[in-house]
Design a protein. Structure first.
Ligand SMILES: [Zn+2]
Ligand SMILES: [Zn+2]
Length: 304
């Protein structure tokens, strides 16, 4: 495949070691890698800051605190805006971030405030945001297995946790109406990697909860992140799984690629495999966001 085809879009990724403890390299290097990978549009979605109690253990080891996360995020805003301008005409860089659902009682206000951040000149700091659920009841779902076990204990069972997870996805879609919903079935990650009972994911309660969440995504008008990282993380499939992909498609929900890159080697990784997977599941288009002359985003549906 030649580079530069319009469907070469990622709306979730571009995390860099400059602003995130579990990524590598600078944002400049990530964006250069995106141009090299033949992307037409590269959405950069660094993680939103978190409060003290939701710091990752690895961040604490580094001596980071909540104020430092906020400082990094502010620096990210400046840099992504600088690079977006620099790359105009070569690569459409979209300025985004990945919203969180913590703290439970204040994330709605906090994420909305971040979403409407302004640059010193008064312009909007961001083009869009990805809504992602990485926590249930304050317990991290996609980190170390012991944290995941803590989440199961909190929920009472693995099945209850999966239901709570999808309820949380429905809530972030309803409340924040993000342009993109990240890695829709992230809950499967530590179930598969931890050798836990994957049949829970197809129990009727969990499937009903996933259906409710998909309906919320459809109502919110969000695009689903067709997240390529599942392959990279040895899950044997992307996010979401084929049955959820087809269910979402039947509801008229659009998909976009997300490489969820955290280092230059991950930029564009799995894109061809993802395209084939979509086509094999009867999905012949991707839905993307394109910046218009007035700076507003327009949804565009592009053939694969
Ligand atoms: Zn990350
Ligand atoms: Zn994420």
């Amino acid at each position: 495949m030649a580079a530069g085809e319009p469907w070469r879009v990622s709306l979730h990724g571009g995390h860099s070691g400059e602003f995130c403890d579990h990524a590598e390299s600078t944002l400049r290097e990530m964006i250069a890698a995106a141009a090299d990978a033949g992307y037409c549009t590269f959405g950069v979605t660094e993680h939103a800051p978190r409060t003290e109690e939701f710091l990752y253990a690895e961040e604490r080891v580094l001596g980071w605190n909540a104020a430092y996360l906020q400082k990094l995020f502010n620096a990210y805003v400046s840099e992504v805006n600088r690079l977006e301008q620099e790359y105009r005409g070569r690569l459409q860089v979209l300025r985004g971030f990945e919203m969180e659902v913590v703290p439970q009682n204040s994330y709605k206000t906090w994420m909305s405030e971040l979403r409407s951040m302004r640059l010193p000149n008064g312009d909007a700091a961001f083009d869009y945001a990805v809504g992602s659920v990485h926590f249930v009841g304050g317990h991290q779902l996609d980190g170390k297995q012991d944290a995941f076990e803590g989440a199961i204990d909190f929920a009472g069972s693995l099945e209850a946790l999966a239901v709570m997870y999808y309820d949380q996805v429905a809530e972030i879609a309803e409340v924040l109406k993000p342009e993109v919903i990240g890695h829709f079935d992230l809950i499967k990650k530590n179930i598969i990697r931890g050798g836990l009972d994957v049949s829970v994911l197809s129990s009727s309660l969990v499937r009903q909860a996933a259906s409710r969440a998909l309906n919320a995504v459809q109502q919110a008008g969000s695009i689903l992140d067709f997240n390529l990282a599942g392959w990279r993380k040895n899950l044997g499939e992307p996010y979401p799984s084929a049955h959820l992909l087809r269910e979402a498609d039947s509801l008229g929900i659009g998909f976009c690629f997300g490489d969820d890159s955290h280092r230059p080697t991950e930029v564009g990784a799995g894109l061809e495999q993802g395209r084939t997977f979509l086509l094999e599941n009867g999905i012949r288009t991707v839905t993307t966001l394109t910046k218009q002359l007035d700076g507003n985003l327009k949804r565009e549906i592009l053939p694969l």
